[in-house]
Design a protein around this ligand. Structure first.
Ligand code: FE2
Ligand code: FE2
Length: 480
């Protein structure tokens, strides 16, 4: 996320800055509501403001400065991410909901606050670095709210320290996957700072109060995790965010489009399954989201659903291209990239999947039909007329899909020794480099080398020749 490639115009700065200001105003308005609840009426608020002018001014300035720092951080580190105004509202929506939840549960007990909620949501909707930063901002804003609402110094410090540490533990303890048991164990882990701090803060009080406080502290982590599970789907829906939960749903074989692919284009579906496995391994190996690579693999060829019988893997017997001019065949074949992207967008599935479908053949030529057409033509034939429309891969994930797609298809046709597979993978990567297919994404030579090794290892494993078991002589007894 830290690589910034989008060129910003003046209006983009204005747009994003406005989004930050709006969110800052929402936070200030919520703080005013908290103060209103505390003092009990508008008249009293005016009175407090007159008496505590310095404190109120300090609080407003603190919120403004916090938002300026956030703008500076996201502008320098996540410029492409914040280019989309909806992403700004998504992240600050997380912050605002977490502040409200902390305030509301704090009314029951300060120990029950779901301290790690902001970090958990930010982690699943963006990444670790952004979640750590959001957790800092949230801890500061929680402290400011507590000062404003007159929380006693002990509880105020307790909330600040536990909020900060629970959030950081959450960022590094959560992997974004969740069975119900995991939610509980993760919640308990996140509660550790709260339990320690609660014990230190309450061990001098009576036994009953200590037990209650410790149970609340344990509950705070589980509550944060449970609230995250409830709130996350709304963010996924509202902002089209691609969390690991959403990616797991998208790659379920019961997902509508995947089910259609398995029923109407079984050859393409089986190619997709192997491709997903290699792409996921490559994602893991070079440190990009493996589940996103897997999902992109599942959807990369859905455009073939328009005419499944025109693609080799779905043919059994007759090849309809035998009766077609190579130019027409080329049009049918290359349309599947654009058709796939259109279908994915029509079904309102994530844009990352549509871009993978659109870019997985880049601007490569369809060699088979170019050679076939050359046989019918005496003059020069322009290879451009036999190329995919592109664009070339724009992300590392899409470059992985492009390479793995070709490798999976190629390896099916060769004698699959480790050396042969490695040579085929090497040739495919080099050919794509020569054809300048990776010039628009930031993949490095080192990453291409890692991808080559990973594909070779996985594909040699998938298609390894079966060992021929020698027959055992059992002296006329039953053979084993
Ligand atoms: Fe394809
Ligand atoms: Fe494919």
């Amino acid at each position: 996320m830290s690589i910034n490639r989008i060129k910003w115009k003046k209006k983009d700065h204005f747009r994003t800055l406005t989004a930050f200001i709006l969110n800052a105003l929402i936070v200030i308005a919520l703080m005013a509501v908290a103060l209103l609840i505390k003092v009990g009426g508008i008249k009293q608020i005016i009175q407090v403001t007159m008496q505590e002018t310095k404190l109120i001014a300090f609080i407003v300035v603190s919120v403004v400065l916090t938002f300026i720092a956030s703008y500076a951080f996201y502008y320098s580190q996540y410029r492409d991410f914040m280019y989309k105004t909806s992403n700004i509202f998504m992240l600050f929506g997380v912050l605002i909901i977490s502040l409200v939840a902390n305030y509301a549960f704090g009314k029951i007990s300060v120990y029950l606050r779901p301290f790690a909620l902001c970090a958990l949501l930010a982690l699943l909707l963006s990444d670790k670095r952004s979640a750590v930063f959001m957790n800092c901002i949230y801890s500061i804003l929680m402290l400011i709210t507590d000062v404003l609402t007159g929380l006693n110094v002990n509880d105020l410090l307790f909330s600040f320290i536990v909020g900060f540490t629970s959030g950081i533990i959450a960022v590094f303890a959560v992997d974004g996957e969740g069975s119900r048991v995991k939610v509980l164990t993760r919640g308990a882990l996140i509660s550790i700072p709260a339990i320690i701090s609660t014990f230190v803060a309450s061990y001098t009080t009576d036994y009953k109060h200590l037990i209650y406080s410790l149970l609340f502290a344990l509950g705070s982590g589980i509550l944060a995790d449970a609230l995250m599970m409830v709130i996350l789907p709304f963010f996924e829906m509202a902002f089209g965010a691609l969390t690991n939960f959403r990616l797991a749903e998208l790659t379920d074989h019961k997902a509508k489009l995947i089910k259609e692919l398995s029923e109407r284009a079984p050859g393409t579906f089986s190619h997709t399954i192997i491709l997903a496995m290699i792409a996921e391994a490559c994602g893991n190996a070079i440190g990009v989201n493996p589940l996103l690579c897997r999902a992109c693999a599942y959807y990369h060829d859905v455009g073939k659903l328009n005419k499944p019988e025109y693609f080799t893997e779905n043919q059994s017997g007759k090849n309809p291209h035998d009766d077609l001019m190579p130019e027409l065949s080329t049009d049918i074949i290359r349309a599947h990239a654009k058709d796939g992207a259109e279908l994915i967008r029509k079904r309102r599935l994530p844009e990352a999947l549509a871009s993978a479908a659109e870019q997985h053949h880049g601007t490569l030529p369809i060699r088979y039909f170019y050679i076939k057409a050359s046989k019918f033509t005496d003059g020069e034939l322009s290879v451009e007329n036999f190329c995919y429309y592109g664009p070339k891969p724009q992300t590392k994930e899409n470059a992985i899909i492009m390479i793995c797609d070709a490798c999976e298809a190629k390896v099916r046709t060769i004698n699959r020794t480790h050396e042969n597979v490695d040579k085929a993978v090497k040739d495919i990567i080099e050919e794509r480099m020569e054809m300048e297919q990776f010039t628009e994404c930031d993949i490095t030579m080192r990453e291409l080398q890692i991808i080559r090794n990973t594909i070779t290892n996985v594909l040699s494993g998938v298609y390894h020749e079966r060992v021929k078991y020698p027959k055992l002589k059992t002296g006329g007894k039953r053979s084993v």
